[in-house]
Design a protein around this ligand. Structure first.
Ligand code: KG4
Ligand code: ZN
Length: 351
């Protein structure tokens, strides 16, 4: 079975082609980062326009690389949300068009679910139930994944997403966008000598990054006022350490609370070297199974959407392209965040 996955939720246009559950035939990612860099962040209208410009070409390239033809495609999977509405629309309309033209089924995938399934593109995929930590530019969530399509959000960020915090702190330190990889890189040259405050939230599995971010800002401003040099690498390393320790602490707590021995980490921030190092250490120490995708599958890509779509489809989930089916049906998924224009026009129906 061949699944074509389309991802356009933010600033990456990506097409992935998957054979059965895990054979990646192609996964082409066209990043707009260089264009948005000039603005210090993603400009939604610009993102949509670039998706429109490149998507058809990317589909051709992905098919060519996969050595398959349109007629070989059995299923079309597309990110329906959450994300930038205009950007999502480009992928959704492309998917609907392909589905109608090829007369092949269509499945809408939640972007976070896509990130989660990036961990299934391997020989020994995680087994349900597991705890998932999704850390991306838009989300930070602890999830109890009970089965395919059945997730419970256990805790989440109360303000910025982890990736957003990395990006904002990088900007305070004068590093370029996106800041996550920059902080990761520069931290290797520094030492975590600054003690940023611990995060406190009312609910034990919630997290918040505004305190650390403000602490970094005050530190930099104070040093500037005193006319001192800013030890960028040391501040970056200290910030990164604090954030990773906090993420890990809650992940360990969630595992213990639900008596689960499998932790699945995904999303762009999962590409962070220190996350990978610390979580691996902890998995050995605390004896749990840790899944983190290879770096290229941590950030947004089409094949993770294809993979999630494949599993959902096999499980009996379906999508409709009509306006008639509204999002109220979707109660067990990450539905709180997805009631938008896009979800109204592409809804997934549970089996
Ligand atoms: O998952 P993703 O590609 O897009 C969203 O769904 O948001 O995540 C992008 C985020 C950005 O905030 C970026 O700075 C962050 O992931 N990121 C990293 C690293 N690589 C990407 N953060 C920390 N360390 C990294 N190595
Ligand atoms: Zn993402």
């Amino acid at each position: 079975m061949i699944t074509l996955g389309i991802e356009t939720s933010c600033d990456e246009t990506s097409i992935g082609i998957l054979r059965n559950e895990k054979e990646i035939l192609s996964n082409i990612v066209s990043s707009q980062i260089e264009i948005h860099k000039a603005f210090g962040g993603v400009v939604p209208e610009v993102a949509s326009r670039i998706h429109v410009e490149v998507i058809n070409k990317l589909i051709d390239l992905a098919l060519e690389e996969a050595k398959v033809d349109f007629k070989d495609i059995d299923l079309i999977a597309v990110t329906y949300g959450p994300g930038l509405v205009g950007a999502l629309w480009v992928g959704i309309m492309t998917a609907k068009t392909l589905s109608l033209a090829l007369n092949k089924p269509l499945i809408g995938v939640n972007h976070l679910e896509g990130h989660l399934f990036a961990n299934f593109l391997r020989e020994d995929p995680p087994k349900f139930p597991f705890i998932a930590l999704i850390v991306s530019g838009g989300h930070t969530e602890y999830i109890l994944a009970e089965d395919i399509g059945k997730y419970r959000i256990l805790g989440q960020t109360l303000d910025d997403a982890a990736g957003e915090a990395f990006d904002k702190v990088a900007r305070i330190l004068g590093l370029s966008y996106p800041g996550g990889p920059e902080i990761d890189r520069i931290s290797k040259m520094g030492k975590p000598i600054f003690n940023f405050p611990k995060i406190k939230c009312d609910r034990e599995l919630d997290i918040s990054f505004s305190g650390i971010k403000t602490a970094v800002l005050y530190l930099v401003n104070d040093l500037k006022k005193e006319g001192k040099e800013i030890p960028i690498a040391d501040i970056a390393a200290s910030f990164q350490k604090r954030v990773v320790e906090e993420l890990l602490e809650r992940a360990s707590l969630a595992l213990k609370k639900f008596n689960i021995k499998t932790l699945v980490v995904s999303g762009g921030v999962a590409a962070n070297s220190y996350i990978q190092e610390r979580f691996k250490e902890e998995a050995i120490k605390e004896d749990f199974k840790l899944y983190i995708p290879p770096k290229e599958l941590c950030t947004d890509n089409g094949v993770m959407i294809a993979c999630a779509g494949y599993h959902l489809y096999k499980k009996g989930f379906k999508s409709t392209t009509t306006m008639a089916e509204l999002a109220e049906r979707r109660t067990t998924e990450f539905s709180a965040i997805v009631f938008s224009l896009t979800t109204k026009s592409l809804v997934r129906i549970a089996p």
